[in-house]
Design a protein around this ligand. Structure first.
Ligand code: IFM
Length: 472
């Protein structure tokens, strides 16, 4: 029997503004932290930037037709904050808002449900210059921006996500410095995490006030499926520490209304957390209609061995840095699980996705789950006829979708799946060297070619039944 998904299950693909739009100086847009960072020598592989990206700003209609051709029923995109509210303060800019209005209208004409993410890492540079996410004011600015977008698009968008992967914004942006703005201060990273949480809570309140009752609100986290290397108590403690810093630092306040006591204890030598003011955790814990889960690979951790200094670089799946993104738990070791790897050197292990879906089904019963990102990078190349065959990606997707199906059978309320990514794009610190797309982009000509995985996924979107893995 083929694995069938529930009727109405959303079959989508996801992108993010800075990774695809380009046109960074058009329509009144001002620089974001990623413009500054990518133009700083040595920060992005090959000196790549998102200046042109894949020219989606100018190829929007072509890209929507491509989605329709692939039978997608949903599309997840993010809004560039500095395109719609340049500098992050003051009124919205119609030209910027019109771009997204046009995008949404074209999607709706094709029967594709838009899913809008307000923040996918591109803070207006001026707000960073004023202190960025480590400063409380940024949370208020974010809520104001959310209201502007809600007033402009609330009549036509039903699915709203506040933040995408706030862990990356806080800990890669301010801790290890491998993402914009490239700061390497563990306390700034913890402060940023709190103000991202606060921004989320304030934005949900602003969205609820501005949007019609039918709007569905959520957040997309990248929870870590973190596993201990051994059954030792030391490795169990390493797992607990990373679970606190990767997962519960966000789910604690957002879903349960409190920071976990063990997180506060693990970081007490760095900060007393007095930046959390009275009423903050109540403001952060807002009822959510859906929880977005972004999943790529699990993490395997252990306590630091005696000879930790000789261990070599920490292998936690993120771009290498001499600064840790794990404040207070810098000594925890990350291990490469055995088995198949993607081009990111991330292991292929769908059981991590299953485990996360079951975990959050238990922890937040009554909240629908969405897989808001899942996918893999491979070194795709066109054959002499120009076709792009990516059997590894088909196998990756098949395995992960079978895990989603199993979770649904076991009671998880999963409503949709967004493949990362619709098309090849700017992969942050790795520039254009890593291809996650279901659609191949020739960066010289900007021509788009659906890979064989895109056709495979289209069949799934059309039928709701998981296709087999093609032979050969
Ligand atoms: O490309 C990113 C995306 O922007 C956020 N989630 C992970 C993807 C792959 O690294």
């Amino acid at each position: 029997m083929p694995e069938s998904f529930p009727p109405g299950f959303l079959w989508g693909a996801a992108t993010a503004a800075y990774q695809i739009e380009g046109a960074v100086r058009e329509g009144g847009r001002t620089p974001s932290i990623w413009d500054t960072f990518s133009h700083t020598p040595g920060k992005v592989l090959g000196g790549d930037t998102g200046d042109d990206a894949v020219e989606h700003y100018h190829r929007r209609s072509q890209d929507v037709r491509l989605m329709a051709d692939l039978d997608l029923t949903a599309y997840r995109f993010s809004v560039s904050w500095s395109r719609v509210q340049p500098t992050g303060r003051g009124p919205g800019v119609q030209r910027g808002l019109d771009f997204y209005r046009g995008l949404v209208d074209e999607l709706l004409e094709q029967g594709i449900s838009p899913s809008l993410t307000l923040y996918h890492w591109d803070l207006p540079q001026e707000l960073e210059t004023s202190g960025g996410w480590p400063e409380r004011d940024t949370a208020y600015r974010f809520a104001e921006y959310a209201q502007i977008v809600a007033e402009a698009l609330g009549d036509r968008v039903e699915m709203w996500t506040t933040l995408n992967e706030p862990w990356c914004s806080a800990f890669l942006g301010y801790g290890s410095g491998v993402h914009a703005p490239g700061r390497t201060d563990p306390v700034a990273a913890l402060r940023a995490a709190h103000h991202l949480n606060l921004g989320h809570g304030l934005a949900v309140q602003a969205l609820r006030a501005a949007l019609p009752a039918r709007a569905r609100l959520g957040v997309s986290l990248n929870p870590s499926a973190v596993r201990p290397l051994s059954a030792s108590p030391e490795d169990a403690d390493a797992q607990r520490r990373i679970d606190a810093l990767a997962n519960r630092v966000f789910t604690g306040p957002m879903l349960k209304g409190a920071y976990p006591a063990d997180l506060l204890a693990d970081t007490a030598h760095l900060t007393d957390w007095s930046f959390v003011q009275d009423g903050d955790t109540a403001a952060i814990k807002q009822p959510l209609d859906m929880l977005g889960i972004n999943y790529y690979a699990p993490a395997v951790v252990s306590a630091a061995p005696e000879n930790a200094a000789e261990e070599g670089p920490r292998n936690d799946g993120h771009a290498a840095s001499e600064h840790s993104p794990w404040p207070g738990s810098e000594s925890v070791c990350f291990h490469q699980p055995p088995g198949e790897l993607t081009a990111m050197e991330w292991s292929v292990d769908p059981s991590g996705l299953y485990d996360l879906l079951m975990r959050y089904s238990r922890e937040v019963p009554g909240t629908a789950l969405l897989i808001t990102e899942n996918g893999a990078a491979y070194d795709d190349k066109p054959d002499p006829e120009g076709a792009v065959h990516d059997p590894d990606r088909i196998r990756y997707l098949h395995g992960h979708l079978a895990a989603v199906h199993r979770a649904i059978e076991d009671g998880a309320d999963v409503r949709g799946y967004f493949l990362w990514s619709l098309m090849d794009n700017f992969e942050w610190a790795y520039g254009y060297s890593k291809r996650f797309g279901a659609v191949y982009v020739d960066y010289e000509t900007q021509a788009r070619t659906p890979k064989s995985s895109a056709r495979w996924y289209a069949q799934l979107a059309r039928t709701g039944e998981l296709p087999g893995i093609p032979a050969g």
